[in-house]
Write a protein that binds this ligand. Structure first.
Ligand SMILES: [Zn+2]
Length: 198
């Protein structure tokens, strides 16, 4: 047991981020290569601000491109590596990446809106889901995080956000905050949102 000095509690809350439509521009043809990956303006810098504030960041992303046969696991990892490299100059760091490789018809437990990816973070890293924040651009993201018991849900208007906000509101599933983009979400987290455990 550590007694001297403050230590961030093991298993405390994290900031979960969806990838496509939140960090990078989404595409109807899927992101199949490093060349097709483009950061949404301000998103890499925003992740850097979260990291510099001491928050752990984890990605939770549906990547059916794997089981659709469009991208290999190695190819997908190259894209994640490219993403991580783009954060370095801003001090950004991704602690873990959880992705679902399945197609919708496979009915797995990890494809959002199901909560499986979040439960993996809980099991593998001891993440306190209730003390965590999810930032996503789709109804699927919000539903998955809610089903997992994530404490604060933030929808961004990039990606599918504009399309899905009315759907969520209609179902009475409005997020805790709606941001213009990831940079706006991070502004709110660092200023007003805070992790619920703090
Ligand atoms: Zn899955």
């Amino acid at each position: 047991m550590k007694v001297a000095g403050y230590q961030r509690k093991e298993g405390a809350g994290v900031v979960f981020l969806d990838r496509d439509g939140v960090i990078n521009e989404d595409s109807p043809n899927y992101i199949r290569s490093v060349q097709a990956f483009r950061f949404i303006p301000g998103s890499a810098e925003a992740i850097g601000r979260l990291s510099l504030a001491g928050m752990d960041i984890m990605l939770v992303t549906n990547q059916s491109v794997i089981h659709r046969g469009l991208v290999t696991k190695e190819g997908l990892n190259l894209i994640f590596d490219h993403l991580r490299q783009g954060l370095v100059e801003f001090g950004g760091r991704v602690k873990a990446v959880f992705y679902c490789p399945h197609r919708p018809d496979e009915n797995c437990s990890c494809r959002k809106p199901r909560p499986g990816l979040f439960f993996r973070a809980e099991t593998e890293y001891g993440v306190d889901l209730a003390a965590s924040i999810m930032v996503g651009d789709s109804a699927k993201d919000m539903e998955a995080a809610r089903a997992a018991g994530v404490g604060i849900l933030i929808l961004v208007r990039t990606g599918n956000g504009r399309r899905d906000l009315p759907i969520l509101m209609e179902r009475g599933l409005g997020p805790d905050y709606v941001a213009e983009n990831l940079a706006g979400a991070v502004d709110w987290i660092l200023k007003d949102g805070r992790l619920p455990s703090e």
